[in-house]
Design a binder for this molecule. Structure first.
Ligand code: NAD
Length: 496
């Protein structure tokens, strides 16, 4: 395991710089409470320096042919592969998830690097000859300029990669601000990038929190903002970024329902839903947090899910056989336990209570064990709130129509899943559910790199999502050219 400087530096214009602020936060391993490093809370001045470096690098970088720009991505992929285990361990240490979950996360980051290697094709424009006689019209895609990327705590290695490889492959330059709660993975990634021959200023990293984000949103040099985090902040980012003339894609929070029909393969539905609800300690924006049983699925589902929750092995993510790690901070643990209290006060029945968990050897860790709340009432706090912990709320309805209505009554629209063997029910669900990511017999319907990471309603503000062609569309602006070429004066030119 590598060690880190006591105070993490920023990476600006191809060099490491200390932030111009004395304010910092300590980063703790959520399982052991060990202090890992300090993250500076960079100021608007630090952000300005990063923006200047990115702007200075832009004219030359956009002139590098796309086929040469992606050579850098091939090298980055090789670096990420070579340091895959190291990076995965850093993710586990700063974020708490199990090593296998961290490996899965880093694999998805690499998938996006690979996908963005297709830029020489994905970035192509269109042409139509003879839109009028002798006149041609074409669309070309050009980079938008300096792009800002702001990420949340729960996927420190993956989420910046929903944007970063596409942004630079399209000829933009970038300022990344990781979550101040998990800055170590991107620090290490930037060290690896520093070893490559990327021109200085193409990739910049600023550590910090709210002040840094606000400086990015207001900075006139930044033309595009990619944000992932809570709905509350996504809304602020979307409106403040737009107010200063930027294009913004802002992914927000979620409350993801999973519907279980009576004909579903129950064992599979339970195993897959448990993995979705409790994997990454429920701190996934695609975590199942509401199970809706239909008809007679009710009793067997609750019994089997309670058993699955009790069986899950909770502990330190770097240890073999551990299936679930801690939540990110003591405050987060307190908040989640408080929401479980509220749910019981509002009438839910605690089928499995994971509060007050103590893991031997890791007594200072932020552990909560898997929790199942049964008979959660529609409209109650547990039914509406993104708990973002290992808590599954269970509700019961009598028909497919009622289940879909329940899905659509929520304010979020990130993901909904259905377990069934019935094609017509599946098609109806896919057609009617008002969410951006659908799973059929899947518990975490996470779009792979070539597909947009969709999200509707309060889970997304904007038009174009991260990953794949959406990212290319977001990181390029179209220019339309209408051309007429007549009357050559060349003696060798002969129109026939
Ligand atoms: P968060 O909103 O607290 O923080 C996200 C980023 O915003 C961080 O970089 C943080 O520094 C910055 N920030 C925080 N408060 C701010 C403020 N007031 N003004 C400006 N910037 C601010 O989110 P989090 O707790 O780190 O992450 C968890 C949330 O992210 C959950 O709601 C989860 O559902 C969501 N999430 C969504 C997706 C998705 O694809 N929709 C993916 C992952 C996580």
């Amino acid at each position: 395991m590598m060690s880190f400087p006591q105070i993490l530096p920023n990476y600006i214009g191809g060099a490491w710089h200390n932030a111009g602020s004395d304010a910092s936060l300590e980063i703790h391993d959520p399982a052991t409470a060990e202090a890992l490093a300090e993250v500076p809370l960079s100021t608007a001045q630090d952000v300005d320096e990063a923006c200047r470096a990115a702007a200075a690098a832009l004219p030359a970088w956009r002139r590098v042919p796309p086929i040469e720009r992606v050579q850098f991505l091939f090298k980055l992929k090789a670096q990420l592969e070579e340091h895959f285990e190291d990076l995965s361990r850093i993710v586990t240490r700063e974020c708490g998830k199990t090593l296998n979950e961290a490996r899965g996360e880093m694999r998805r980051a690499i998938d996006n690097v690979e996908c963005a290697c297709g830029i020489p094709r994905m970035m192509q424009g269109d042409i139509l000859e003879d839109i009028a006689q002798g006149i041609d019209e074409l669309t070309i895609r050009q980079p938008v300029g300096v792009c800002g990327i702001i990420s949340p705590f729960n996927f420190p290695g993956m989420i910046p990669f929903w944007f970063l490889p596409y942004a630079i492959a399209c000829g933009n330059t970038v300022v990344v601000k990781p979550s101040e709660r998990v800055p170590l993975t991107m620090y290490r990634v930037m060290q690896l990038i520093d070893e490559l021959d990327l021109p200085a200023g193409v990739m910049n990293l600023v550590n910090g929190g709210r002040e840094s984000v606000e400086a990015m949103l207001d900075h006139p040099t930044i033309k595009a903002i990619s944000f992932v985090g809570s709905t509350e902040v996504a809304r602020i980012v979307y409106s403040r970024g737009a107010a200063s003339g930027k294009r913004v894609q802002a992914q927000g929070g979620a409350k993801n329902p999973v519907i279980v029909l009576p004909d579903a393969d129950l064992d599979k539905a339970v195993a897959i839903t448990a993995e979705s609800a409790f994997g990454c300690a429920g701190q996934r924006c695609l975590a199942a947090s509401l199970a809706v049983t239909v008809g007679e699925a009710r009793e067997p589902f609750v019994a089997a899910m309670s058993e699955a929750a009790r069986q899950r092995v909770v502990g330190y993510g770097l240890e073999d056989d551990v299936q679930m790690g801690p939540v990110i901070t003591p405050q987060s643990r307190q908040r989640i336990e408080g929401l479980i209290d509220t749910a019981t006060r509002e009438g839910a029945r605690l089928a499995v209570d994971g509060r007050g968990a103590v893991i031997s050897g890791y007594e200072k860790g932020n552990f909560i064990k898997p929790t199942v709340l049964n008979d959660v009432a529609p409209g109650s706090t547990a039914a509406r709130t993104e708990i973002f912990g290992p808590v599954l709320s269970v509700m019961h309805v009598q028909s497919v129509g009622d289940a879909i209505a329940l899905v659509n009554s929520g304010s979020y629209g990130n993901m909904a899943c259905l377990f069934t063997r019935d094609g017509a029910a599946a098609r109806r669900f896919r057609y009617e559910a008002e969410v951006g990511n659908i799973g059929i017999n899947i518990g975490v319907a996470a779009p792979t790199a070539p597909f947009p990471f969709s999200g509707w309603k309060d889970s997304f503000f904007g038009v174009l999502h991260g990953q794949g062609q959406h990212a290319v569309d977001f990181f390029t602006q179209t220019k339309v050219v209408v051309e007429r070429w007549v009357g050559s004066t060349l003696s060798v030119f002969k129109a026939s």
